[in-house]
Design a protein around this ligand. Sequence first.
Ligand SMILES: O=P(O)(O)OC[C@H]1O[C@H](OP(=O)(O)OP(=O)(O)O)[C@H](O)[C@@H]1O
Ligand code: HPA
Ligand SMILES: [Mg+2]
Length: 181
Amino acid sequence: MRQDIDYILIGEDQIKQRVAELAAEISADYRDLGDLLLVGVLKGCAMFMVDLARAIDLPLAIDFIAVASYGASTESSGVVRLIKDLDTDISQRHVLIVEDIIDSGLTLAYLRSQLLRRNPASLRICTLLNKPERRTADVPVDYIGFDIPNAFVVGYGLDYAERYRNLPFIGVLRPEVYQSA
Ligand SMILES: O=P(O)(O)OC[C@H]1O[C@H](OP(=O)(O)OP(=O)(O)O)[C@H](O)[C@@H]1O
Ligand code: HPA
Ligand SMILES: [Mg+2]
């Protein structure tokens, strides 16, 4: 698996430190609201969601929604499919969407418009990674872990064709891996 990685972009310790900083910022911002619902976007959010939730020093609830648009490709299909909806009624709740990466922005633009129709008290977005160069859909992002260059990354939840999610770091995938697929 590691031989498919060109280089490590963000190491394990750097991720840990940034997650702790984001959690501190979120804890301070939501302290007086007394109600926080983290909505993780499966499957990429998995590692980030559990680490972030454990580091937030507030009572909170968690729920998950699943969408997919990449499949076995490094380019968005442009069609975002809802695979699993929330279990929670989010009306009048303070909702924070937790994503692993914002690339084209299509996934979050879709989710944001869907969730806003359900009248949350507030809706913010937290992403570990942001690839600003590739944005085609404009979405407001409230918390960003790292801005990254335009390269296809895997690890810490992020996949290529469902693999590499369990790497403990964020790495750039060797182009041969997806060019020969
Ligand atoms: O900004 P975008 O271009 O829409 O890309 C970002 C989305 O793409 C990935 O999900 P994917 O569809 O691969 O599903 P997964 O989380 O199950 O891997 C990633 O986890 C984000 O949800
Ligand atoms: O760079 C990426 N890596 C993995 N999944 C993704 N989904 C959008 N961009 C990416
Ligand atoms: Mg994916």
